[in-house]
Each structure stands twice: as C-alpha cells, then as structure tokens.
Design a binder for this molecule. Structure first.
Ligand code: CP
Ligand code: NVA
Length: 330
C-alpha cells in the first residue's frame, strides 16, 4: 500500500514525511473501522514471527491483536526460547524465518541486529524497539498528538530525561520529519548523538521543524504543547546505573511544578512508567533513595493532562497500519 509494499520498518529515517502521514491516516482509518466493528482482514492467510529478546507488554499485545484483526497468524518467540544469537547467527535465523513467514517483528539490542535481519530475511522486518530506535512507538505518539491537538506540524514537544536512548532519538527523528519543534532537556551528556542530530537538522531544514538542546527545565518549557518522558534506565542496562541516573535526572522529573510552567502542555510517556510504588523497582528505589516516583510524579501521571493510555491504545492501530502497508500490494 502507498508504495510501502515489501519494505521493512526499521527507523523513521527511512520514511518520508508523506509516507509517515499516510501511515497515520491508515491507522486512523483502521481505528475507526475497529470502533465501528467493520472487518478489515487485509492480510488474510499470512503468517508473522514476533521475535522478542527483551520483555514487552504493549508491543507484543499490539502485534498479536493487530495480526488477529488483519486475519494473520502470529508466532511469538520469547527472550529465551529461540536459537537466535546463541546457537544460530542472525543471518541464518533471518533466512529460516523468511522461508516460513510473511513478516518478522524484532525487539532487542543493537539496531545492527534488526538491520541484519532485514538484509537477509527477504520479507519485511519491523523494529519493535532496539537500543537506538523505537519507531512504532513514535507513530502511536504522533497519532495521539493529532487526535488531541489536530495536527503535529508546528507543535512543540519537550523530552525530559535520557535523550540519548531509543525514545529521545526516535522522537527527535519523528518531530523533524513532521515539522515539529523538538527540545531535549537533560544534562549535556544525555543529549542525542551528534551525528543523529546532524541528520535531523538536515531533515528539519526541509520540514520547518526546529531542534533545541537545553539543560535548564525552566527555559525548555516555554510554549510547550507536550511534555514527554521515559524511564531513566532502559531494558538491557545494568542495575548499577540507577544511582547515577537518579542523581543526574531527578532535576528533570516531570512533576506538578514543571507542568504549572506550561499551562497548555499535555503529558506523554511510552510506558511502562515508575510513577508510584506499584512496581518492584519503584519500591527498591524508594527504599534506597526515598523516592516515591521517578521520571514522573503520580499526580501528573493520573491528571487530566496525561494522555498515556491513548498512546498505549494507539500502539495497536499504528502497528496494524505498518503491517498492512508493508504486506499488502494495494
Ligand atoms: N512502550 C512499549 O514499547 O511498551 P512495552 O515495553 O510494554 O512493549
Ligand atoms: N527506553 C525504554 C523504552 C521502553 C518502551 C527501554 O528501552 O526500556
């Protein structure tokens, strides 16, 4: 569909602004069909493999429900039970899966792994999160912003926290592609990689987007439409880094005081989130450092300005659009 048939979806850098908007339109259309109970079995009889080397709630469920709605059969390979990487190379795994499946989702570590899968599989490969990028999350976020604010272009999104990792990187790319104003607010060492900033600046010059990097939260918040944050320690990072992250990033916590500085800003988070003591890690950090919340306070998370569960739902509609566009010829 829309010239995307047979393509992989590894990073938004590979998709033009028009293609991203087409995916969002398709997602909105499929969402309306689902709400109206209109069948959309666009991929009848196809099979997909869902390879997860890291854990997941939203992404796995989104792929499985979307596959069922499109009339496809998914096979889930969990972080431990396949041969991939340990007994079989990525290239060999890709060629085996590509003989059996019409598409492959991969969640794991380095971006080079999902790229190798795509090079060898011969079928579309979709990035369900790597250390560097989380592109299906960004589609969900952009659909959510469109639903709440009417459009993405011209809106200002401020990302607080570890902006060097998958969410900071991918939001910067997505904002550049869609003509948004992206601000990363963090200590300097947590800003995205200089080469990626350079690439995004070139995209922004074409789309009217702007990119800014700010260490002072009070300066970053001016005219913000969206505050976005993510966990301070990502999957696959060693537990020992919690202490240094808490010290470095606590001044960038999204709390009521920060929200008060930007009266129209909505709150977004890819989830999962440490906003209370309802998690093992949250309770451990409470015992060690006395914190009751980390990257966002419970008051902000539970407030009317928080649209995090709209984002979570939109994971399914946008992932469905990516699969339909890359698996259907027209
Ligand atoms: N946001 C997100 O990717 O969530 P999961 O880790 O639960 O898939
Ligand atoms: N940065 C987080 C995102 C989770 C959706 C992680 O990689 O764990």
């Amino acid at each position: 569909m829309y010239g995307m048939y047979g393509r992989s979806f590894l990073t938004l850098l590979d998709y033009s602004p028009d293609e991203i908007r087409a995916l969002l339109d398709l997602a909105a259309d499929l969402k309306a069909k689902k709400k109206n109970r209109l069948p959309h079995r666009l991929c009848e009889g196809k099979n997909i493999a869902l390879v997860f080397e890291k854990t997941s709630t939203r992404t796995r469920c989104a792929f499985e429900v979307a596959a069922a709605d499109l009339s496809m059969h998914p096979t889930y390979l969990d972080p431990k039970s396949s041969q991939m990487g340990k007994k079989e190379s990525i290239a060999d795994t890709a060629r085996v899966l590509g003989r059996m499946y019409d598409g492959i989702e991969y969640r794991g570590f380095g971006q080079q792994i999902v790229e190798a899968l795509a090079r060898y599989a011969g079928v579309p490969v979709w990035n369900g999160l790597t250390n560097e990028f989380h592109p299906t999350q960004i589609l969900a976020d952009m659909l959510t912003i469109r639903e709440h604010l009417g459009s993405c272009a011209g809106k200002k999104l401020v990302y607080f926290g570890d902006a060097r990792y998958n969410m900071g990187n991918s939001l910067m790319v997505g904002c550049a592609k869609l003509g948004m104003h992206f601000t990363a607010c963090a200590p300097k060492e947590y800003f995205p990689d200089a080469a990626l900033i350079e690439k995004c600046r070139a995209i922004a010059a074409e789309t009217g987007a702007t990119l800014t990097f700010e260490t002072d939260p009070e300066k970053a918040v001016a005219d913000a439409d969206i505050f976005y944050t993510d966990v301070w320690v990502s999957m696959g990072e060693p537990a020992e880094v919690w202490e240094e992250r808490i010290h470095a990033l606590l001044p960038y916590q999204v709390n009521e005081k920060l929200m008060d500085l930007a009266p129209r800003a909505l709150f977004m988070h890819c989830l999962p989130s440490f906003h209370d003591l309802g998690t093992e890690i949250g309770r451990e950090m409470h015992e060690r450092f006395g914190l009751t919340a980390m990257e966002v306070t419970d008051g902000v998370f539970e407030s009317d300005r928080s649209i995090v569960f709209d984002e979570a739902e939109n994971r399914m509609h946008t992932i469905k659009a990516v699969m339909a566009a890359t698996l259907c010829e027209d």
